[in-house]
Design a protein around this ligand. Sequence first.
Ligand SMILES: [Zn+2]
Length: 402
Amino acid sequence: MDFQQVDPDSEHTFTKDDAAPGDLPQIRSLKDLINHATGRGPDENLAAEDGGISEPLPFPFMAIVGQMEMKLALTLSLINPHIGGVLLIGPRGTGKTTAVRSLLDLLPQVRRSKCVYGCMPEDIENGGIDAVCPDCAKKYAEGESLTVMEQSRLIELPLNATLDEVVGGFDERARVHDRLRLKKGILAQADQSVLFVDEINLLPDEIVNALLDAAAMGSYTVRRGPLSATYRSRFILIGSMNPEEGNLRPQIMDRFGLRLIVQGLSEPQERLLAYRRVHQYLENRHGFIHNYQLETLSSREEVQATRERLNQVILPDHVAQQGIRLIQQLEIDSLRAEITWFETARAYTAADGRAEVTLNDLRIVAPMALRLRKSEFMREYLNKQKQDEELLSNIIKEFLSE
Ligand SMILES: [Zn+2]
């Protein structure tokens, strides 16, 4: 297939360099990424319609060279929010931030509440009319829709954000007019979106705690003086960290679904190709992005379609049992291990167009879900505790036997 495209409006014209040096795999779609991970050849039936790109966008996701595991993990995390997000671990300059920002290309459509409190019609179905705010209750009664379909967003949490900015606080503009009102924080704004925290290991503890609690619960409550409000916060959390700049507490590490060790490209050919693409992108962003619009649009459609059929994918008992045996063999305590692993495997299976998870699917996504799960500290702690428990029980028996 000839991918040469010429943008008539652009000063520069580009030739796609995918076929450039050597036998690097061609990744033009999610299906290609899946095929690569499974060890199959690329899919030649790339179906996409031509669409316009009007805004300058980040570096195209599909133009990122190599880094297959990172790209796969990020894509799967968009397909299945139950995976629990992604932590990218690696030195600077390995493309972590670029990759996350380029996810903008693939973000799906989500049903979003029109209300600042995130009221949804299912709240009423589950908890009655009082489960939503008075405004939404009125709208619902009048048959007006509480939600709208919208493209999911990518929101970055800046390292210098204050706790009030993150969770929300008094609305200072309203206060000037003697009105007391709460303002939505970043966590609430990120509901149903991707929340990216670059260098999460440098974030103050109180903010990390608020962030992880909101991510785990899917909602949180803010109390300021006489006011309180509960906001939804069902975001996909993506964090990055450079271990050279400080470690992440183990309990925080465990809260992330997938963990990726991101290293620089090792093949000289890959490095050259990456350089060429970055150079072209910096020379003419519009032209470069335009050259990738087919891949971008088809990948976004694949992500959307895969999300929609995810609930049809089943994990058979015998496959799950084998997975749990492996987790026990690895002596991993956290139940998040199997939740993340199995949900990732379901997303992977759905992306491959199948409806039943196999052992092979589990195998392919196992490293990203299971690495860095084991806590030596907890193991020693629990062993010590077990010894203490035996000692205690013996002494109780000795002293209190009749
Ligand atoms: Zn409402």
